[in-house]
Design a protein around this ligand. Sequence first.
Ligand code: DUC
Ligand code: ZN
Ligand code: ZN
Length: 470
Amino acid sequence: MAILIKNGTLISASDTFEADILIEGETIAQIGKRLQHPSAEVVDARGKFILPGGVDPHVHLDLPMFDTVSSDDHYTGHKAAAFGGTTTVMDFVVLEGEGFAHSVDLWMKKAEKAVVDYSFHMNLTQFNEKIAKEIPALMKMGIQTLKVFTAYNGRLRLADGDIFKALQIAKENGMLTMAHCENGDVIETLVAEALAAGRTTPEWHALTRPAWGAVESTLRMAGMAAAADAPVYIVHMNAGGEVDMLKYVRERGVKAMGETCPQYLFFTIDNLRRPDGAKWVCSPPMRTQDDNARLWEGLTENILQTVGTDHCPFFFDGTKPLVYEGEPIAIPGKELGRDDFTKIPNGLPGIQDRMPVLWTTGVRAGKITANQFVAYMCANPAKIFGLYPRKGALLEGSDADIAIWDPEKKVKYGAALLHQRTDYNLYEGWELTGYPEKVFLRGKLIVDGAEWKGKRGDGKFLKRRAGEIL
Ligand code: DUC
Ligand code: ZN
Ligand code: ZN
């Protein structure tokens, strides 16, 4: 069946122009003026923007943490993504003792209920000769990325020497290393001191994870990448100083790229001081207004490359069920850390929020152009992670993943209208202007206004190849 989207304004990472789009099967067959087709279903998009479906490079679905699990799985999280205009998501596989293949199999099983397209990154949280030898096999599975951590001592962190070796191996195999940058040793000491002094409230989560640790770790990581002549992608940049470091190293030819997340553009440690401060507990933590402002500059000035969500939701009160698709569900959440900030599950919801919130606060507010929006949300993540131009683009031959965007639609945002499976939203009550109206995944309409038309299992695993260094 063919679909003809007529009279819309297409927005790519570089251009804005009026054209029609003909979809045949799963892909974009033709883009041009006054297109005709004898039997296509016609969608009139006059006055609307046509965006590529969003690509969220950083989500955590069904992730076990602290005696619970992130509350969106590969159905609910994907569905929420789609309602926010996102049609491709990348999730992180937890590395189990049995090795990569077993760990990937577990994640493949979890994702059988996928409703948007997806791929995986591999958490490289152990390192030895055997694991080093197995890394190239990941590339053959279509997993082009390793994530390393300079924090979470004794759990996820690798020694710098092992990170350096991983960077070398990744480079040899056309792979990309992603890095969570904080200073694990400083955090370990400060957390022990805080607990010994009886400082257990959520703000201490932020006070024990200082911004300077993120800044020096970002520079350290970029330095190791430079020494290995390897690319590196710094996830969830949260401190203004990290933007400065990224600018510094990129100006010197280091192949470093940076991602920020919406939460770091708006919120500060003051949010953690509220009675419901646990809602904002994630790692790295919220910083200051100066950091918010510098991260915005990082987007305005094209210092950063992407905006991902780090979507890792938990219930604020997991003792009270909420109703999702007619079924009551309760999953232990932030209440686990009521008396001790180190026991609050780390993570925030955001998979649905990313595009609508950034459209209003970024594009409408004049901080970024609509083309930059498409670059950060769609094209750049697809390029960096080896999916372009199949994803992240409106081009003939690309998958017909399309968000028809109503630039004038006003929405009072909040948990009540959302599909993220959690009992709160960070942007509760925000007035947004501009919202996805229809969302297509490979030519199939999956979101039509408030109506869900997607189907469990329709999302496809995407094997990725070597990406671009932006
Ligand atoms: N940070 C979080 O807050 N949650 C999941 C993983 C991470 O790095
Ligand atoms: Zn991280
Ligand atoms: Zn993360």
